[in-house]
Design a protein around this ligand. Sequence first.
Ligand code: 4AD
Ligand code: MG
Length: 477
Amino acid sequence: MKPSTISELLSQEITLHEVEVKGWVRTFRANRFIALNDGSSLQNIQCVVDFENTDEQTLKRITTGAAVHIKGELTESQGKGQSVEIQVKSIVILGDSDPETYPIQPKKHSFEFLREQAHLRTRTNTFSAVMRLRSALSFAIHQYFNTNGFHYVHTPIITGSDAEGAGEMFRVTNLDAKQPPLNEQGEVDFSKDFFGRETNLTVSGQLEAETYAMSLGKVYTFGPTFRAENSNTSRHLSEFWMIEPEVAFMDLAGNMDLAEDFMKSVINYILQNNAADLEFLDQRLQDEDKKKPQAERNEMTLLEKLRFVVDNNFKRVSYTEAIDILRNSKPNKKKKFNYLIEEWGADLQSEHERFLVEKHFKCPVILFDYPANIKAFYMRLNEDGKTVRAMDILFPGIGEIVGGAQREERLEVLKQKMAVLDIDEKELWWYLDLRKYGTAVHSGFGLGFERLVMFATGMTNIRDVIPFPRTPQNAEF
Ligand code: 4AD
Ligand code: MG
């Protein structure tokens, strides 16, 4: 007989047959009832031990955290809380646990504590639900692009270019840190480095994805990206995953349509396919909410929020309109913002983004046509000469979740922009080639995967939606 997963067993109608399962003991009570979980779903299966016919030594070894192999009969449950249970006929302890030191006790642990136990935290309901949803979203993303004619491109992790021009990169080198080779000016001579040049971990796969869009038409990358920005916030990671579609012959309006349809589709996927995990997280948040004062409670439950996004249009607002709204807003007039909005051209901080989404529009917002000088070099300059065809999507509780743009396809305009920003044409000769040979309007965007997982699960710290978070001063595991 092949062992079944608990999820398979619980979806079966037929009882009264021999079954076999392997999993980890969540609890063992009254020397009789094991709550067994194997990660296949949120649900445990109750295994009833015949303690009179089980030796004392084995009974003692059935402890929280132990791995066990159980054979028995699936029967209708006598007790409350489950429809079926296993009457255990044989139990083998595969791996003992130590109930004294096992960190995941059957009680509530704080997320801070569990972050320090990231190798074991997926043995809790909350983290197993979050990580199953992460996996489901990842599948939904590939499925969306696959069914819409996109090709998946693996863009490089090690690159020589800084796509975002923010200079927040991790260097990749095998030079001797103590005694690097120096050039005549006394600077580190990277021509002696492994790749014969300075290289870094990528901050974005966009520039390489553009080259594929300009031949395969519709492409996307989905991979890890790295940023050495020293921001210790609940929404920043040093290593995060990004989804970046890039489409030839598509303008900014098409880019917004694509992003909105895509976001709705992947959220709808989990609503259809991951109801049990979502309902558990929804309930968890409602319980948390009950402990808060009325004013701080969420206006919508998690499931309501997800359905709201799927069922409503995202509000499209130009940067200029947004600045007018912010300038005249209460928190601006009463000097409640940390950064007051005084004039056109100001960069928006997350407090402003969240005001627009959560207080003013109360729905996801797509902001577009930003001032050129607060955005990256590759964005298409508008006819006004001062704004670019950028778009950011802002989500409630998250702020910026997507950043994208129509790309500058005109060689001369792009070269001028690079000159102003001191970006070496020689470094990006291949990027400029796209504008020399068959250039065309094209657009794309980047979705921060962890920010999507935060939104979908209601988790409020980005460290809790990636298995092993990397943040400043922290790369444990
Ligand atoms: O807005 P960003 O910097 O855009 C780009 O990198 C473009 N090259 C994307 C493109 O057009 N192909 O980053 C895109 C998204 C952000 O909106 C945010 O969701 C996420 O990536 N992001 C981060 N997520 C976690 N930690 C960080 N440090 C992040 N920085 C950006
Ligand atoms: Mg951005």
